[in-house]
Design a protein. Sequence first.
Lengths: 664, 299
Amino acid sequence: MRIARTIRFVAWVVGFIAPAFAQENSDCLMCHGDKAATGKRGGRTISVYVNEKKFGGSIHASLTCVSCHADLTGKEFPHDEELARVDCGTCHSAEQELHAKSLHGKAIKRGDPLAPQCKDCHGTHEIYSVKDSRSQVAPLKVPFLCGKCHQEGTKVMQQRNIHQDHIIENFSESIHGEGLLRKGLIVAPNCASCHTAHSILPHTDPASSIAHKNIAATCAKCHALIESVHRKIIKGELWEKQAHVLPACVDCHQPHKVRKVFYNQGMADADCMRCHENKDLTSSKDGRSLFVRLEEKNSSRHSKTACSQCHSEVNASRVRPCETITKKVDCASCHAEVSQQYAKSMHGQLIAKNDPNGPTCKECHGTHGIKGKLEPISPTFATNIPKLCARCHREGEKAAVRYTGSQHDIIAHYTESIHGKGLMKSGLTVTATCTNCHTAHSVMPKSDSTSSVNRKNVPITCGRCHHGIQEQFEQSIHHVKLGRTDKQLPVCSDCHSAHTIQRTDAQGFKLDIMTKCGRCHEDIAKTYFDTYHGKVSQLGYTKTAKCYDCHGAHDILPISDPKSHLSRENVVATCQKCHEGATRRFAGYLTHATHHDPQKYPFLFWTFWGMTSLLVGTFVLSGVHTLMWLPRALQMRRELKKKEMEPEEQKTPESKDGGTSKRA
Amino acid sequence: METTADTESTVLPKQAVPVENVVAEEKQFLRFSRLNRTLHVIMVVSFMSLALTGMTLKFSYTGWASFLSHLFGGYESAGYIHRFAAVLMVGILVAHITDLVRRKRKEFGSWKALLLGPDSMLFNKKDLYDFIGNIKWFLHKGPRPEYGRWTYWEKFDYFAVFWGISVIGSTGFMLWFPEFFTNFIPGWMLNVATIIHSDEALLAVGFIFTVHFFNTHLRPEKFPMDIVVFTGRMDLEELKLDKPAEYEALVKSGELQKYLVEPYPPIVIRTVRVFGWTALTIGFSIVVWIIYAMLFAYR
């Protein structure tokens, strides 16, 4: 009423003053009535044509041009090219105030070029009443109007932080959208019905019409008696009075997506418990217990979810409301995104094939007592996950039996690994457990390219915790970015293994790494074992230089790269890590030398063969000498023995020829 | 260089005893001086230690090597033992040369007398004739040569030690102090030194534990072992048989009784035998291990 009064007042004032200055609309239209009329704004040539007929039909028909273009009041015509922006607030101050506080208004204040002005929604000279179907803001047009900015692909959706997606699509498919757009019910809610026209605020703003505590009131504008309908699910008056305790409409009926679903008649949990609190209740089909402990559900993550929200298809009008249930609980009705992921996973694929081994949600998460993964008693709490996965993946269990890959005893190995010890012995919940590497819902065999443990994804997967290492590794010759080989480049698991990961300062790891490197660098590993470092390592000691001590671990680069630990610039410092007094000449020691290569190492080759000749020569000569001696020595022994047997007097020292010429 | 039995005043009889009165079982001929016996015992210990600890590295790819290395308390303590034994070995060399200098002054007066005397360790014409004679004897073409104080193979063994200590010792020091030595030599010389050190050691070990063992301890007529190098004493009978020329010379000069001493009591002999057996066992084990490593595990 106030608006109308203001307009009338303004019109009156304008009507009164106008003749005095002879600024009739017709004066303006003398120029602006010409379709070819142009003007300049901000250096651009724009059309300044005003359709007299349309303006005449608009809600502002009774106003003069200068009542809006107020800066022209009293000016000579033709006037300056650059006009001030029309201030709608002169008349519509209340709307302007709301708009200024809204998201849109604040964006204008910030100078956001995408922020909508009055005219962006209402138009300029052709503004009609909201009730007029020609109006841009008529109920049927509002979704399209808002959709100009709020549909997929627009700058607003791409560049501004909008939390919802597919707003217009979802709305048009929702029960509200269908009512409005397909059935033409102008009483069906459009965007502005919930978000208001001018006071659009984020749901986090307590003043917003869609704030959690206000949403019920907003919905109740149309669904006035919704409390009584929801009596059984939501306890009547509490719903509005204690909005913070109770779910808001949107918790069940998602915004924009509000489906044309027939939400089953509300069933209070108590209705279910009439039967299910009986401990002896069993299924007539398979005899399993159907007893439910309501406290269990009420202390679970689903404490605010009613039985019938999961066990849908109940019919409250039956004596046994559950007798209409035909399907199993479908978690996807709420957890849609995660269910989609899961369906693509190996586990999900098994379920799709009706394989009895395929684990359903409840296998891991449980049923009525579902806990969040941050609650220590949850089977999905970090320290419980290995036990959880072990139920199927322990050797001999159903998953391990059907597995044909190379990883065995994974649970036992994991428990002994650095991750397993960190988790189980040190109790570090941040340690990697099964799901950190394999993901929780997108588990795929490593052969699949989308798998988190696929070769090409392993560095990223490990890098989620070991980020610094990943950065180093990506700069190394072993990473695909720099690697120049058609052979397979190593990833984390090739050196560290998958389930038997050890501390890298453990003796086993240090010794094992040489065979790991040697799998690809066969020759160079062999020659390493020909030198001191290699020999000591081979004896089982870790204190001498291993591959990584000189070449680096994750930042390995070819020696030709100046950044390499073994480049000319760095090699002496690398030796000095252990050999304090090392000089450049010292660094000339051949750590991979072999004496079997006359081309590469002639000095070593000839030294070796020189020494070997000396050795063989000496042994041949002395060996022949000794072997020739042996039969004679044996003979000498026999004769000496014989002589001892002879009488004392004959045993004289006279035998000058050593008794050898005497024959028995 | 010559080593006649050093005057062992403590064991030498106070009175000269006529040769004919000597009963073979009671008196024995003193062949090695106390110092030389001591040096040989130290050398046995040092050489065995060097061989055992060194071979662990040379044949590191065998399980034996790893076992032994751990037995020594790890490669580091094996290294300490190796270097300690090496220092002992060099000490033996120094002690021996010091002893020679001392004896040159006291007993010979000049190097010429020491080096070219009848009992010199240097090779001479007689050794050549002995060698030829010995080969003939092997082939049943003549009598066994009448050896003097030192046979040619004993002289060979003696000089082999000089060669071995200088070659293995010098390269060993290079490997012990690589940072210092690379101030003068290029780094790859350390690789060369490693090969020389290790192959020369293999030669030494192989030679000592086969040829030397056979020549001086294991010859069938002395089997199972000749302990003269530890006790310093041998029966006169044996001297007459083994070194007739020396015996003759001693009888001729009338000096024989000067070298006749009381034998050691049985407990000493037993101890010496235990020591000898230990050394022999270790030596042969090393030989077996080397052969195994070379034939079945060589890389």
